[in-house]
Design a protein around this ligand. Structure first.
Ligand code: NDP
Length: 449
């Protein structure tokens, strides 16, 4: 196992985030390989860790002053054993090959857990949408799609949102794809309700994250009612995580963006959440503006000299990291445990470092890895794809019923796989094994391709 990781590291030494994701999965699936020697004989690990296709391209665009800029675009088609590639697009200056490979790799197992037929992929660009006008974002999206369109399609590779890619960007990307292909198909998910979108897609990742937390608590005859919760991020996932937590009677006391975080001891209620929504989705402002409106809250600016994130230092019972990768390090995890947090459910992808995860697992708190707990987003994207293929729109109730069933089934698959392999209650190992087995069995059936 470590030989395989060494080869991967030697081949692509700079890809730290990708190595981190691969290491976690390889360690989790060790007992599966011991029981199934055919996986080793067919080099399944070497194959599943190598993308089927890596595409990188130039994205030139012009700003409002007539200045030309060049960004880099990425598309990783990681694994298509159980369905067409499916994953998100991320627009953020930190995007590089390592990040998109990490996201695509995680997506393979996450999509397998949803019970829907979707392979794994990801993509994005180092473009920074913050501070850009709508016209600049539109021109960038048009240029990005002018290359991407030749690689994707409703039966090949379907893409959706992630950090920096929301309803506005999906609209511009879809419009360009449609024009270039002269086809109206479900090649992008997260579309507007009036033009092929699905009910509950915007809410799905955050809601699903909270449903997963509720399922975990239910195994201990507990609920979210009255629980004090820390949430990071202030984007799509964070907003709908907070909304569902409020609905279930929990109290959320933090939110953040990349500049800092707010602490609101009285709790973020529906009215305050509405303010955050307008601030972030319409005015595209910073979370610090929350205290201009709600002066009882406290804002703390990010201090890069700290080796911990003070957001995780507030006394609470549950934590929902919903911003970005590696936002909880070992020190943060220890603080959470010391402060009495008994549940960590990941809305973001890989928000906890491996050292942080070890602390969670050692302390026996309820810990849900993102590939299980944030799978609601891609699950409803899968339902959007199904509706697009049939040219039908399901009602909100129909989507919601299917969505809740899928989240329950993901939770149960994690528990079952963890118990079968001798680590009951370990959702991380359970998620990795359940996703892995489904994908590698399909790969074996399909031969060396
Ligand atoms: P958004 O762009 O809507 O929001 C991201 C939030 O996280 C913003 O508040 C942003 O702050 C903050 N953030 C981003 N990068 C950093 C950073 N480096 N340090 C601190 N804060 C940061 O993205 P989403 O809500 O869609 O995604 C959040 C996470 O959830 C990501 O990890 C994503 O991969 C994951 N996810 C998203 C899904 C979806 O359906 N959207 C599905 C599954 C997982 P700022 O505004 O300052 O950049």
């Amino acid at each position: 196992m470590s030989d395989i990781l060494d080869v991967i590291k030697d081949r692509d030494p700079g890809e730290k985030e990708f190595h981190q994701a691969v290491k976690e999965v390889l360690e989790s699936v060790q007992p599966v390989l011991e029981r199934n020697p055919e996986y080793r004989q067919t080099a399944i690990l070497e194959r599943i860790t190598e993308p089927e296709r890596v595409i990188m391209f130039r994205v030139p665009w012009m700003d409002d002053q007539g200045q030309t800029h060049v960004n880099r675009g990425y598309k990783i088609e990681m694994n298509s054993a159980i369905g067409p590639y499916k994953g998100g697009l991320r627009f953020h200056p930190s995007v590089n090959l390592s990040i998109v490979k990490l996201l695509a790799f995680e997506q393979v197992f996450k999509n397998a857990l949803t019970t829907l037929g979707m392979g794994g992929g990801s993509g994005g660009s180092d473009f920074e949408p913050k501070g850009k006008s709508d016209n600049e974002v539109m021109r960038f999206c048009q240029s990005f799609m002018a290359e991407l369109f030749r690689h994707i399609g409703p039966n090949t590779d379907i893409t959706g949102g992630d950090i920096g890619v929301g309803a506005r960007e999906i609209g511009y990307l879809f419009g360009t794809y449609k024009k270039l292909r002269n086809e109206f198909t479900g090649v992008l998910t997260g579309k507007g309700l009036g033009w092929g979108g699905s009910f509950i897609r915007p809410e799905a990742t955050g809601y699903g994250n909270v449903y997963f937390a509720a399922e975990m608590l239910d195994t201990q005859n507990d609920t979210l009612e009255g629980k004090i919760c820390l949430v990071s991020g202030a984007g799509n996932v964070a907003q709908f995580t907070v909304e569902k937590l409020i609905e279930l009677g929990a109290k959320v006391i933090t939110l953040s963006d990349s500049s800092g975080y707010i602490y609101d001891e009285e709790g973020i209620d529906q009215g305050k959440l509405e303010f955050v929504r307008r601030l972030k989705n319409i005015r595209r402002g910073r979370i610090r503006e929350y205290i201009d409106k709600y002066s009882e809250a406290v804002y703390t600016e990010v201090d890069p000299s700290l080796d911990y994130n003070p957001l995780w230092n507030h006394k609470a019972e549950c934590a929902f990291p919903s911003a970005t990768q590696n936002e909880i390090n070992e020190k943060d995890a220890q603080t959470l445990v010391n402060n009495g947090v008994t549940l960590v459910t990941e809305g973001a992808n890989m928000p906890s470092t491996p050292e942080a995860i070890n602390i969670f697992l050692d302390s026996k708190l309820l810990y849900a890895p993102g590939k299980a707990s944030n799978a609601g987003g891609v699950a409803v994207s899968g339902l959007e794809m199904a509706q697009n293929s049939m040219r039908l729109n399901w009602s909100r109730e129909e989507v919601d019923n299917r969505f809740k069933m899928i989240m329950k089934s993901i939770h149960q698959s994690c528990l079952d796989a963890a118990a079968e392999y001798g680590v009951p209650g370990n959702y991380m190992v359970g998620a990795n094994i359940a996703g892995f087995v489904k994908v590698v069995n399909a790969m074996l059936d399909q031969g060396l391709v």
